[in-house]
Design a protein around this ligand. Structure first.
Ligand code: TRP
Length: 454
């Protein structure tokens, strides 16, 4: 595809919604609450928020700028801005690896959400006992054919949307569904304020106790700030490349980061209000929302309707994110390997689908199988946890670190002025030095602290 025929967003709002659609997903509603629970709450949340503001935002602007400027995929963009064959293609390659691994388990979790939407629809949670709801999740984890079925549906839909292209596939859905998701989360927030566990939830999330934060937890907080904003992998380089050249990036980046953070925090408040109301374990792990929320829905008036709507919206939020991950790989293939878009999408989709089988089997057939005992985790990791840890805690932060360095040192002050479209010395200088020093140093220090130790 050459520049003049390259597809573009229909406008600024469409781009904001697409970037927000990519950012807002399972990371906010499924992952943020459960890793916050595992890492003891407040201190973890504080580090995560600090990273969004100080590391995430500048890298968000950097990625959007690189794509917008180069109008190319995540690997070629670095070559267009610097020079052919540049070392700086490395974050692009790393991003492509991350994309394969992340989408492979993301689709499996998306499948769990589909399954819970289906169960909501047939009324399984209506008046169900707490024990029955807990057994539902346990049953799904053991039932691999059922997980496989929904993983297939999820990947099938993701491939279908990406095949139809940027405008028709992505834009239409983002525009309608994001606002509706905000609405229903707001409603659940109001509802949770009347639960007896609300106060404890707020304390858990917002009063930091740093003795609960381990160095692995610290890295997880940094890594999650990348995951939740879709950073470190070139997704926003790719989306930025469909953006016209005259848009104001800092404003867009702040809007996207703000929405994303609000949604995660609201989801956290709702979920921990339920946890403390029904005396549950905050550190329940990846199944946390699939136990807490159905418990809530089974008891509230109008719970049937709320649960059908809620899981439907989370399904869409997950799909718009999954689509952005697949698009990152497909854009690369399409532009560099001359593989037709449709064919490329299907092939990549199938490979990711197959890698996903390892995650499907992680809670059943391969349950006893653990890797990296004593190195990656005390008892080792299943494939599912391995792919998640490897990408969120290592690949994305390292990719982000390199992108920040590229933006600050290689592209430099001229690029930063071009990105901000402003002459403000505070804005440009601040952005320059966070990209050059603050963001890379923060990521490096946290990695160093975990791997070698201060
Ligand atoms: N940010 C999305 C979420 O929170 C997931 C996602 C989409 C992603 N694109 C990404 C994560 C790129 C890392 C990199 O659910």
């Amino acid at each position: 595809m050459n520049q003049s025929t390259r597809a573009h967003w229909s406008g600024r709002l469409a781009f904001i919604l697409a970037a927000a659609g990519s950012a807002i997903g399972l990371g906010n509603i499924w992952k943020f609450p459960y890793i916050t629970g595992e890492n003891g709450g407040g201190a973890f949340v504080l580090v995560y928020l600090a990273c969004i503001a100080m590391v995430g935002l500048p890298i968000l602007i950097a990625e959007m700028y690189i794509g917008q400027k180069a109008q190319k995929n995540t690997v070629t963009s670095f070559e267009v801005i610097h020079k052919k064959g540049t070392f700086w293609r490395v974050p692009g390659w790393l991003g492509l690896c991350s994309a394969f691994l992340i989408l492979s388990f993301y689709s499996v979790v998306g499948g769990w959400i589909f399954d819970f939407e289906f169960r909501s629809l047939i009324g399984e949670f209506r008046g169900a006992s707490d024990e029955a709801i807990e057994a539902t999740l346990g049953g799904l984890f053991k039932n691999w054919p059922r997980q496989l079925f929904w993983h297939t549906v999820f990947m099938g839909l993701t491939v279908g949307i990406v095949v139809s292209g940027v405008k028709d596939g992505l834009e239409r859905w983002n525009k309608i569904l994001m606002p509706v998701l905000l609405g229903i989360l707001g409603m659940l927030l109001v509802y949770s304020m009347f639960l007896p566990g609300f106060g404890n939830a707020i304390t858990f999330l917002f009063s930091p106790d740093f003795s609960k934060l381990t160095s692995a937890g610290l890295l997880e907080a940094v890594g999650h700030s990348f995951f939740t904003l879709s950073l470190g992998m070139g997704t926003l380089i790719t989306y930025g490349s469909y953006l016209n050249k005259n848009e104001n990036l800092p404003k867009i980046a702040v809007a996207v980061a703000f929405m994303d953070t609000m949604i995660a925090l609201v989801a956290g408040i709702v979920i921990f209000s339920v946890v403390y109301t029904y005396d549950m374990e905050p550190s329940a792990g990846p199944g946390l929302i699939l136990v807490t929320l159905p418990k809530l829905f089974s008891k509230m008036t109008g719970g049937y309707f709320v649960s059908v709507t809620f899981f439907l919206l989370v399904s869409f939020a997950a799909l718009t994110s999954a689509v952005s991950i697949l698009e990152t790989v497909v854009a690369y293939w399409d532009e560099t390997r001359n593989v037709a878009r449709k064919k490329g999408t299907i092939i990549v989709g199938i490979v990711i689908y197959l890698v996903g089988l390892l995650s499907v089997f992680s809670t059943n057939l391969l349950d006893g199988f653990r890797m990296g005992k004593g190195i990656l985790a005390k008892d080792g990791l299943t494939f599912f946890d391995l792919f998640d840890k490897l990408t969120s805690s290592y690949f994305l932060p390292i990719g982000g670190l390199l992108i920040a360095l590229f933006f600050g040192w290689v592209a430099g002050p001229a690029a930063i002025r071009e990105a901000t479209k402003s002459d403000s010395a505070i804005l440009n200088g601040g952005l320059l030095w966070t990209a050059r020093i603050v963001a890379p140093l923060a990521v490096f220090a946290v990695l160093y602290n975990l791997v070698i130790g201060f």
